[in-house]
Design a protein around this ligand. Structure first.
Ligand code: SF4
Ligand code: SF4
Length: 385
C-alpha cells in the first residue's frame, strides 16, 4: 500500500519545515526506511521547481527556505548532494541566484548541476509513448532523485506537482519539442510518466505551504494551503494533493488519469495510507482550480479538433501588462506560425492564430509580466457553474 505523509505547516519557518520533514521520515519508517532509498554515499539530486528564475519566494517556485530545510535533513544521510533544474527560460545559474536557491546551496556545499549544458540521449524501451529522451545527465546518473515540487494549477495539464516537476530535467529548448510532439493532454501525460519511469524518481517532498491557484503554473495567485506532503510514490503524492485542492477524484487530472490507466503508482485515495494529519481536515473548498467539473469534456476536447474549439481555453492578452518583449513567440513550439505581432494603440502586441495554436500555454507560462492568461471557453464556464 502506498504511503503519503501529510502535515500542516503554517509558514516558511526553517525550523518548522525541518521538523516536519523529520517527522515525515519517522512516520514513513524512520532510518531503516530512509536507508532503503538513500544508501550510504548515494549521489542524491534535489529537483526543485525553478519554472523561471525571476522572483524570489514566488508561489510558482520551490521556496528557498523549504529547499534549505530539505538539505539540512538529507545531509544526515548523504554528503553527496547536488541540485538542478532547467527553467523554461533564462540561464540556470542566474535563475538559481535570483530565487535564493544558490545562496542556500553555497552554505551547505551543494553543487548546482547545469541541466541545459550536460545532457544525454537515452533510449527507453519500456516507455508507453516515448522511447527516447534527451535528459539532464545529473538527473539520469544520480542514485536518488528527490523531487521538490509545488502544488499549482496548470492551464494545459490542469495540475502540476510531483510527476510534472521532472519535465524540468529535459534541457532548455528541447522542452518545446515535446510540446510540439505531444499536442494533447493525454499524450503529454504519458510522456511525463515515461520520463519519470526513465529517471526512477525516488521520493518527493512537496511544498504546499503556499500553493498557486488560478492562472498557474507561473502567473497565478498565492494560496495558503499550509501543508507538506512526502512519500516515495509520486503518483500517490499528486493524488492526495489534487484532493486537497478540491478535485473530486485525482483521475480528473490528465497525468493521474493516465497513471491509473497504466497501473503506475496509486491514484485511489482509499488505497493510500495517509500518515500525519487527516486529509479531510486539510482539504479546502475555495481553491481556484483551472477546470473544476466535467474535466472529461476537457480531456476529450484536447484530442478532437471540433470539440477543441468549444471546450479548450485559449491564450488571451491583457494588453496593459504587455511589454512587447516577444518572449511568447520565442518559447512557442509553433514559433512564428501562431503569434504575429501587431500594432495597437501605439504598442506592439501579440495576436494569436488559434487555428494553428496547440494550446500548450508555454506562452502564458513564460510571459514575464503575466500578460497572458488562459481564457476559459464559454461552454466550459457554463459547465463549471
Ligand atoms: S505577451 Fe508577455 S511575452 Fe508576449 S510580448 Fe507581451 S509581455 Fe512579452
Ligand atoms: S501560442 Fe502559446 S499556447 Fe499556442 S502553441 Fe504557441 S505557446 Fe502554445
Amino acid at each position: 500500500m502506498s504511503k503519503v505523509f501529510l502535515s500542516k505547516c503554517a509558514n516558511y519557518d526553517l525550523k518548522q519545515i525541518e521538523d516536519t520533514i523529520r517527522k515525515g521520515f519517522l512516520a514513513l519508517g524512520g532510518d531503516e526506511y530512509i536507508r532503503t532509498i538513500i544508501k550510504k554515499n548515494s549521489k542524491v539530486l534535489l529537483k526543485p521547481n525553478m519554472i523561471i528564475g525571476d522572483k524570489r519566494a514566488s508561489p510558482a517556485i520551490t521556496h528557498y527556505i523549504f529547499f534549505e530545510a530539505v538539505i539540512r535533513v538529507i545531509r544526515d544521510y548523504s554528503e553527496n548532494i547536488s541540485y538542478g533544474d532547467s527553467p523554461g527560460f533564462g540561464e540556470v545559474f542566474k535563475s538559481a541566484q535570483t530565487l535564493g536557491l544558490q545562496e542556500v546551496a553555497d552554505k551547505y556545499d551543494v553543487k548546482l548541476e547545469n541541466f541545459n549544458k550536460e545532457y544525454l540521449t537515452i533510449s527507453y524501451k519500456d516507455g508507453i509513448l516515448c522511447k527516447s529522451f534527451d535528459v539532464a545527465k545529473a538527473a539520469y546518473e544520480c542514485d536518488v532523485l528527490i523531487t521538490l515540487p509545488k502544488i499549482k494549477t496548470h492551464s494545459f495539464m490542469l495540475f502540476t506537482g510531483a510527476v510534472k516537476n521532472q519535465f524540468g530535467c529535459i534541457p532548455g529548448v528541447k522542452k518545446t519539442q515535446f510540446h510540439a510532439r505531444m499536442q494533447n493532454a493525454e499524450n503529454f501525460a504519458k510522456m511525463l510518466l515515461d520520463l519519470n519511469g526513465l529517471l526512477k524518481t525516488s521520493f518527493s517532498i512537496m511544498d504546499g505551504i503556499i500553493a498557486m491557484e488560478g492562472n498557474g503554473p507561473k502567473n497565478g495567485d498565492p494560496y495558503n494551503l499550509n501543508c507538506i506532503l512526502m512519500g516515495d510514490d509520486i503518483v500517490a503524492i499528486d493524488s492526495v494533493a489534487t484532493k486537497l485542492i478540491g478535485y473530486k477524484n485525482p483521475v480528473d487530472t490528465p497525468v493521474l488519469k493516465e497513471a491509473s490507466k497504466y497501473g503506475i503508482g496509486e491514484t485511489d485515495i482509499e488505497k493510500i495510507e495517509i500518515l500525519g494529519d487527516s486529509l479531510h481536515d486539510l482539504m479546502v473548498s475555495d481553491f481556484k482550480l483551472f477546470i473544476k467539473k466535467h474535466t472529461a469534456f476537457f480531456y476529450i476536447a484536447t484530442r478532437n479538433s471540433v470539440f477543441k474549439k468549444v471546450f479548450i481555453p485559449r491564450p488571451k492578452l491583457i494588453p496593459e501588462k504587455c511589454i512587447s518583449c516577444r518572449r511568447c513567440n520565442e518559447v512557442c513550439p509553433k514559433k512564428d506560425e501562431v503569434i504575429k505581432f501587431v500594432s495597437k494603440n501605439g504598442k506592439i502586441i501579440p495576436n494569436w492564430n488559434m487555428n494553428k495554436c496547440i494550446t500548450c500555454f508555454c506562452c502564458q507560462e513564460l510571459c514575464p509580466t503575466g500578460a497572458i492568461y488562459a481564457k476559459q471557453s464559454l461552454v466550459q464556464e457554463l459547465l463549471d457553474r
